[in-house]
Design a protein around this ligand. Structure first.
Ligand code: ADP
Ligand code: MG
Length: 204
């Protein structure tokens, strides 16, 4: 396939006798939303960890941005964003301070304040930038996690159940965000347990 960003062939991961991911094959073209849908325990998180190089496959092939994830170059790592199922934020730091910390980890240097403002506008948290995270609602924390995932302008973004357990209104809003990220040319790999969310994806 042309412009393939993620490619797997017979991807398999075993933990002892437990087969977590079995012979998964797919290709994802750039600039699309790929929905990886399945119930709890179906191997979504394991797959994301394989695609980001945290696990080595037991069998099968993977290419992400033309590299094997376990051997990502520094340049390729910088192109990738990852929102884990439980994103770690610091409760005692403000929205701005949390985001600034993540930006420094990613080496966002030049124009950092401008980038922080941009991302906070995008997730509609600009008016809450001085609030400590402890005082945020669950939905606001999710939006801050999304902002932190996007801070370094990744071209490929992995999100592990970003809409789990949030109300339908915010879920809809998140999908609007994902689609506007896609409109900017980025590729999104999104896992979910909600079959209905397939409607927002280009491929499932
Ligand atoms: P999902 O994210 O879809 O809920 P997971 O990828 O977390 O699914 O898990 C898939 C299966 O692999 C489950 O049966 C889980 O118990 C098992 N599993 C996941 N991670 C490990 C691990 N580190 N060690 C052993 N078994 C694991
Ligand atoms: Mg999971």
């Amino acid at each position: 396939m042309e412009n393939t960003v993620i490619y797997t062939q017979n991807l398999t991961k075993q933990f002892g006798d437990e087969v977590a991911v079995k012979e998964v094959t797919f290709s994802i073209p750039s600039g699309t939303i790929f929905g990886f849908i399945g119930p709890s325990g179906s191997g979504k998180t394991t797959t994301v960890r394989l695609l980001t190089g945290l696990y080595r496959p037991t069998e099968g092939k993977i290419a992400v941005l033309d590299e094997a994830p376990t051997e990502f170059s520094r340049a390729t790592q910088r192109k990738i964003g990852y929102m884990p199922q439980l994103f770690v934020l610091y409760d005692d730091l403000s929205v701005w301070e949390n985001l600034n910390f993540v930006a420094s980890l990613y080496g966002v240097g030049f124009g950092r304040s401008k980038r922080l403002k941009e991302v906070l506008d995008f997730v509609e948290l600009a008016n809450h930038k001085n609030k400590v995270v402890r005082k945020l609602s669950g939905g606001m924390k999710r939006r801050l996690s999304l902002a932190a995932t996007l801070i370094h302008r990744p071209t490929l973004v992995f999100m592990d159940e970003p809409t789990a357990g949030i109300d339908p209104v915010l879920r809809r809003k998140f999908w609007d965000h994902f689609q506007s990220i896609r409109e900017q040319g980025q590729t999104l790999f999104i896992t979910t347990q909600y079959v209905g969310e397939a409607a927002y994806c280009d491929y499932v």
